[in-house]
Design a binder for this molecule. Structure first.
Ligand SMILES: [Zn+2]
Length: 47
């Protein structure tokens, strides 16, 4: 569920980036991973 993710635009790229979709100025969304097994995740509070 959206709410705690990071969002923004790519401002710079490292020289090791090979993904053709990642270019300066491209909007990005940074979701977080959830384990689904700990107490916060089980009570619907994964963030
Ligand atoms: Zn968890």
């Amino acid at each position: 569920m959206p709410g705690h993710e990071g969002v923004g635009y790519i401002h710079a790229l490292g020289s090791s980036i090979r993904n053709k979709f990642l270019r300066i100025g491209v909007p990005v969304l940074l979701p977080f991973a959830t384990c689904g097994t700990c107490t916060p995740c089980k009570t619907s509070h994964p963030a």
